[in-house]
Design a protein around this ligand. Structure first.
Ligand code: SAM
Length: 178
């Protein structure tokens, strides 16, 4: 079923546009065994594109969080390396082994529908578990979220895509330790 019929639950009127997905998939690190976490994987539109970029790697780990059980269970069909986690993605840290250093965290969660304090905590957790040079990539459509996100992710860049509705894509890179 299309996302718009479940707008209250998904927070989406449509699937993320293809050009935004292509841009997201470019953010995979050069590491040969990257760890990727996706928050709000839905039907796996972003997942499939990112997995495609990971095919050349020696190995990779891919944790995909999705609150809808049927959608979550289907994610395994995209690639057998995907670990689908049918839980609240804002609490992702509790489901990842302690001390895991993550290469890329991708979110297409409907952040403006979710409790602000929980979103703030998720941003702190995301930053803390990134490895130096690791990236957080957040796709969103509510322009006012940019202020909240920039507060936690200074020096991020935000690009706008002129789709309907317009999409925004935030990219944050954790500074490398000097
Ligand atoms: C905007 S849709 C994005 C779907 C797909 N990734 C895409 O880009 O087209 C947001 C997805 O996040 C899921 N979601 C919403 N709140 C969530 C939560 N707290 N934890 C995990 N998934 C959640 C929804 O079920 C929905 O599939």
């Amino acid at each position: 079923m299309s996302y718009i019929f479940n707008i209250i639950r998904t927070g989406a009127v449509r699937t993320t546009p293809k050009n935004v997905i292509q841009q997201i998939a470019k953010n995979i690190s050069a590491n040969q065994a990257p760890i990727v976490i996706e928050l709000g994987a839905g039907k796996g539109e972003i997942t499939a594109a990112v997995i495609n970029s990971l095919q050349s790697k020696e190995e990779f780990q891919y944790y995909a969080f999705e609150i809808s059980k049927p959608q979550c269970n289907n994610l395994k069909n995209i690639h057998n390396r995907i670990k689908p986690i049918c839980e609240d993605a804002l609490k992702f840290r509790s489901f990842i082994p302690t001390n895991t250093k993550v290469d890329t965290i991708i979110s297409s969660l409907p952040l403006s529908f979710l409790p602000k304090a929980d979103v703030d905590q998720m941003l702190v957790d995301a930053k803390n578990c990134l490895m130096p040079g690791g990236k957080i990539v957040i796709v969103f459509t509510a322009p006012w979220l940019a202020f909240q996100l920039k507060r936690f992710l200074p020096n991020c860049t935000i690009s706008t895509f002129l789709s309907f509705p317009p999409y925004l894509l935030l990219t944050y890179e954790k500074p490398s330790v000097s």
